[in-house]
Ligand binder design. Sequence first.
Ligand code: DC
Length: 222
Amino acid sequence: MSAPVLTIDGPSGVGKGTVARVVAQQQGWNLLDSGAIYRAFALAVESRGVDIADENALEEIAKNLDLAFKTHEDSELVSVYLDGRDVSKILRTEKTGEKASKIASIGVVRAALLKRQQDFSTSPGLVADGRDMGSVVFKNAAYKVYLTASSEERANRRLKQLQAQGHQGIMSQILAEVEARDERDSSRKHSPLKPAKDALVIDTTELSLDEVIAQVSELVKA
Ligand code: DC
C-alpha cells in the first residue's frame, strides 16, 4: 500500500507552510514545500539567463534541477540548496515568489516538475503544500485541505511576519502583492489555484494558527 498523503493548498500568505510543517512533525511524516521547488526553479532560470519563451530550455533546466532540502534539528527552518549553493534567504523573498508565480503558469514547466514532486511521497507519509497538490499532483491523496483567508488578513499576517524579522513593510503594498499573486495563480490555464472537489475548505480569517492546526490534525487522525 502506498504511503498516506495530506495535501494543503491555498493562496499565498494563508499559513499553509507553517501548518504543513507542524502536522508533518506531529505525524512523523515527510514534508514537501512545492512552492520552494517553483521558487528555486525561477532562480535557476534567471541565473542561466534563459528566455522564458524558450520552452525547450525551461524543460531542460526543470529536468536537471540540482535541488536539495536540509532540515535542522535545532531550528524549524529548512535550508534549500540550488546547484550546491544555499539559496534559503533569497528563495523566501516576495520578489522570488512573484518570479515563481510567473514561471509556474507555463505548462511544460509544471509537467517537467510533476514527478519530482510526486517522488516525495514515501513511507511513512507525506504532507504536501502548494496550489495544486490535491487537485493535480496527489489527486488520490487520502486527506485534502484547502486553506483560505481574506486578502487583508493574509497581508496583515505577512506584515507582522516581516516586522517580527526586523523588516519594514507597507500594508497597501503588501496587499497589492498578495492580490496580484492570487489573480495570477487562480486565472492561469494550467493547474489554477482552486480547491480539489474533495478537499476540506477551512476559512482561517478568524482562526488562530493553533486552531487551524487542530482542525487539520483532527482530519488526519479521524
Ligand atoms: O507557496 P509559495 O508562495 O512558495 O509559491 C510561490 C509561487 O509558486 C506561487 O505564487 C505559484 C507557484 N506555485 C505553483 O504554481 N504551484 C504550487 N504547487 C506551488 C507554488
